[in-house]
Design a protein around this ligand. Structure first.
Ligand code: G3I
Ligand code: 9MR
Length: 611
């Protein structure tokens, strides 16, 4: 395992020849990498270190750093930095090329963010709009990381966060031409999967062999779970449905690049094809997961050769499957020539899974005694019913599905794998001009706007100017942050209220560095970014740097992994309880349902911010 060297220091060392090429993205080109961005960042980082030591000499030092989005901003983005509270009441924005101040401003009054127990002030430098490289300077504090203002500042991030799914492909050899230094042999063909006793039926008794290849590894482990695939795959499809112009000409340098489909859809189909194979054609039911009995060791995919099983059909799996297939059916309909029959096949699969769920409305997942992998268990199925009904309604235009959604009692909440009700509202809002008369358009708008307004209220009162609050720091907290951003984006798409866009931007800032750990949680993006995710290929491949484009789960105070870690968490405080170490699956794992909203939000901010 590589020794931890903060990226900023490593970049400076690399410039003077003290380290190897540890931090280049090396992802094989095709828009996913950011090699040139990485080297220009390295240069500006070194400049920042030099500027910083000069600046810090005059005033008494204040503990803590200036926190901001380490990647940067679009010219018209709202731009904020969080400054540790000290005696200074003003800030400057410095152009790193000229060392000239382009803005001097007042810091806000100091307030405390309860999630991090820090007293901070805010610097608003939204008025700096000219493309270039900058940093924020405050007397008595180290200079901020340098950041960029550019028209395409999130393009590489969007591409890398999609390419991460390619790097997590099950049943695929990753060739050097696509994967660069992260090339690896094929793992998990999954063509000989056993039906576990929990999943046995008359037509497919225990031990029946089925073929269920492809799909993505769920996370840092090598198993595949339908429930989690549900929200992840939907979020990618929604990104395409809402912002096709961001993806139609995007080349991710994946094996399908250059065919007639956008690469985002090519990548998403890899998982959709797997999901289709998880449905039992005899009854429409859907297996909850395809898994080993135990988690694998720290090995590469091709070295993980334990027997694989499909485990228990559940209502949640059937409904999440139905929702995703109904969504995919309408998205691929425009590619009938390339994917003949696919759209109809997906809608039929969705309807038969729905039928199974209606006949089996309360089959919750119960982990068999001999299976130890992830559960994604959920006792409340009302949200899964609502989501599947909404997507089936939009695609089939059958009014009975709208009624089945129970709109009057389905509220909007921040989405997560276990609470998918708002995914239906997102789709209804997007398609609001093409719904049948049964749909209550005012209710759809109220649901979206009501949640966005609540989030905006939290944002404007927040010491960090973010929507995260102390109780949002659960396992996968970064996906809570991005889920909040997704809902704010829906509010903005609906009514153009600028504060909603600014609050969504704040949450992209949050995961890229404006958080209490002062880190970017996206591998390969940011001067001080996650280096040691709980991701088996990143750990087992013998390459110092992690595979780029993955977002870590993020801080949360549970620390369920600490008995297996030989280093302590740096803090027990909710927003700071994050350990950048392979051992930390509770704060530093990666997962498809955390990367997908990163794709969505990065693309949405780029697409929606006024030019
Ligand atoms: O919802 C409750 C909330 O009400 C409560 O206040 C809070 C207090 O801790 O807990 C919340 O529940 C948490 C739940 O996630 C939802 O956020 C549980 O504590 C927490 O243990 C649970 O963690 C899940 C974790 O598996 C352990 O089961 C994560 O959501 C889930 O993303 C994660 O998924 C794993 C898969 O099982 C296996 N593959 C990797 C993947 C990512 O780590
Ligand atoms: O690697 C596993 C990760 O994907 C899961 O999220 C996590 C919680 O279920 O478990 C991880 O596996 C650990 C196991 O639970 C306990 N022994 C150590 C494993 C990680 O090396």
């Amino acid at each position: 395992m590589a020794v931890f060297i903060p990226t900023r220091l490593a970049s400076a060392l690399a410039l003077v020849g003290l380290t190897g090429v540890m931090f280049g993205c090396g992802s094989g080109g095709g828009g996913s990498g950011g090699n040139s961005a990485a080297s220009s960042k390295a240069a500006s980082s070194a400049a920042a270190v030099a500027i910083s030591s000069a600046a810090a000499s005059s005033t008494a030092a204040v503990a803590g750093n200036i926190k901001l989005n380490q990647l940067g901003f679009l010219p018209e983005s709202a731009k904020w930095a969080v400054v540790p509270a000290g005696s200074a009441a003003t800030f400057k924005v410095i152009n790193t090329a000229t060392n000239a101040a382009v803005l001097s401003g007042n810091l806000s009054a100091a307030t405390t963010w309860s999630a991090s127990e820090e007293s901070v002030r805010l610097a608003d430098f939204s008025s700096v709009k000219t493309p270039g490289d900058y940093l924020v300077r405050v007397d008595g504090v180290n200079d901020s990381y340098p950041f960029t203002i550019a028209n395409d500042v999130y393009s590489a991030l969007t591409a890398a966060s999609i390419k991460a799914f390619y790097y997590n492909r099950n049943s695929a050899e990753l060739l050097a031409t696509h994967a660069g230094i992260f090339a690896r042999p094929l793992g998990h063909p999954d063509t000989q999967v056993l039906v576990h006793p929990s999943a046995a039926s008359a037509a497919r008794p225990t031990g029946t062999i089925i073929s269920s290849p492809k799909g993505w590894y769920d996370a840092g482990d090598y198993n595949k779970y339908i429930v989690n695939s549900g929200i992840a795959t939907y979020s990618l499809l929604a990104a395409y449905e809402h912002f096709p112009e961001m993806f139609n000409n995007q080349n991710l340098n994946i094996p399908e690049s250059g065919d007639a489909l956008p690469d985002l859809l090519n990548e998403t189909l890899w998982n959709l094809e797997w999901m289709l194979s998880m449905q039992d054609p005899n009854d429409g039911g859907v297996y909850h997961k395809l898994t080993n009995k135990n988690f694998d060791g720290t090995v590469m995919p091709h070295q993980a050769t334990s027997e694989r099983y499909v485990v228990q059909k559940t209502t949640a799996a059937a409904l999440d499957f139905a929702a995703v297939m109904a969504t995919a059916s309408r998205v691929v309909a425009q590619y009938e020539a390339q994917l003949p029959g696919m759209s109809a096949k997906m809608l039929a699969a969705a309807e038969s899974a729905w039928g199974w769920a209606v006949a089996n409305p309360a089959v919750t997942y119960k982990q068999p005694d001999d299976v130890k992998t992830g559960e994604y268990g959920d006792g409340n199925l009302a949200d899964e019913f609502a989501w599947a009904a909404a997507e089936l309604y939009i695609t089939s235009k059958k009014d009975a599905y709208y009624t089945a959604m129970k709109p009057a009692e389905t509220f909007a909440t921040v989405p997560s794998w276990g609470d998918v009700r708002s995914l239906g509202w997102i789709s209804l809002a997007h398609h609001r001009d093409n719904l049948t008369a049964v749909a209550d358009k005012q209710l759809i708008a109220n649901r979206i706007d009501g949640l966005a307004a609540n989030l905006q209220t939290v944002w404007s009162a927040s010491a960090y100017r973010v929507t995260m609050q102390k109780n949002d720091f659960v396992w996968g907290s970064n996906s809570v942050a991005l889920g909040q951003a997704m809902m704010l984006v829906q509010g903005y798409r609906l009514n153009g209220k600028r504060e909603y866009l600014d609050a969504a931007q704040a949450m992209l800032d949050y995961v890229l560095g404006r958080n209490a750990t002062d880190m970017s949680f996206v591998t390969g993006y940011g001067d001080k970014a996650t280096l040691h995710p709980h991701h088996r290929p990143s750990e087992a491949d013998g390459i110092a740097e992690p595979i780029p484009g993955f977002i870590a789960g993020g801080p949360q105070p549970g620390q369920q992994d600490k008995s297996g870690c030989n280093v302590p968490y740096p803090s027990n405080i909710a927003a700071k309880s994050y350990l950048d170490n392979w051992c930390s699956y509770a704060s530093n794992e990666i997962a498809i349902n955390w990367n997908a909203p990163l794709v969505y939000v990065s693309a949405a901010i780029q697409a929606l911010t006024p030019k």
